[in-house]
Ligand binder design. Structure first.
Ligand SMILES: [Zn+2]
Length: 167
């Protein structure tokens, strides 16, 4: 925390905001060990998968889900070892049972630092999905594909590669 005031002289407004955001779990809720411990205790008993519906859709994306799970890895001397799994899914239509696309899945240690890192991973990933939006040529196919755009190109990785290397 001690170096934050110095950053004000170096970073412009938006960058400073993002640094400060990392110090808070949510606006007005600073991270604390008690919060992290409560989250870890809750994770033992339940899977947490909140979602937001985007209306109107953002660049073709209608719904985003962010999940944090407790995942068993292996048994050591009869005791299950666990880790945190964080995953982000996004949708492009409101069709029931639509198969979502996965933006990112990452594992973290089942401790305070892991829990904090999982939340920050989810927040960053959701922001990236909203910023990028869907590749329109892929989304307009007969079987639509939910590929994210590469910033500033309007195209996904595959379409951009095709354009740059094959056309
Ligand atoms: Zn594409």
């Amino acid at each position: 925390m001690a170096n934050i005031p110095q950053l004000e002289h170096v970073l412009p407004g938006p960058a400073l905001l993002s640094v400060n955001e990392m110090c808070e779990m949510a606006p007005g809720i600073p991270w604390s060990n008690q919060i992290l411990d409560d989250l870890l205790d809750t994770l033992s008993n339940a899977n947490i998968v909140p979602e937001i519906n985007l209306s109107p859709p953002i660049k073709g994306i209608t719904r985003i889900q962010a999940g944090i799970f407790r995942e068993r890895t292996k048994k050591v001397k009869g005791v299950w070892q666990c880790r945190i799994m964080a995953t982000v899914l996004y949708y492009s239509t409101d069709i029931p049972n639509e198969h979502p696309a996965e933006m990112g899945q990452k594992h973290f240690p089942m401790d305070r630092m892991g829990m904090k890192a999982a939340f920050e991973f989810l927040r960053t990933t959701v922001q990236n999905i909203k910023r990028r939006g869907l590749c329109e040529p892929c989304h307009a196919r007969e079987r639509p594909m939910k590929r994210l755009r590469v910033d500033g190109t309007g195209l996904c990785f595959t379409c951009l590669l095709k354009k740059a290397a094959l056309e």
